[in-house]
Design a protein around this ligand. Sequence first.
Ligand code: AMP
Length: 122
Amino acid sequence: MNYDKNNIFAKILRGEIPCKKIYEDEYVLAFHDINPQKKVHALVIPKGEYINLDDFSAKAPQDEIVGLIKGIGIVAKKLGVSEVAKGGGYRSLVNVGENGGQEVPHLHFHIFGGEKIGRMVS
Ligand code: AMP
């Protein structure tokens, strides 16, 4: 499977469609989910072209891996949900492929918070 340059997050990264931006640096862009499942629901995506976590873990250089993980921590703090921010904690998850329920074929970490998130898998 090749990376689809026309997926919706690729368009957001190119500025072709808008997003409610939370944070951006050299490695990541973070924005609010368009259809929030919890009080806080954000997405953190790498700037590189990676279809999913398998693709990223196989191909991404160390600096992009570090940049993405650090970005998740920065965004959780910025959103006020992290324990560092005394926000009570949050859940971060990644869906991969069909069984994982992935809809958009550009790697993204969800961040859910602002309330109890509930069961891990329903
Ligand atoms: P997943 O099922 O893990 O692929 O999640 C895709 C997520 O992207 C869903 O939670 C959608 O609500 C969200 N989403 C889709 N389009 C947009 C968009 N234009 N801006 C922000 N979030 C979006």
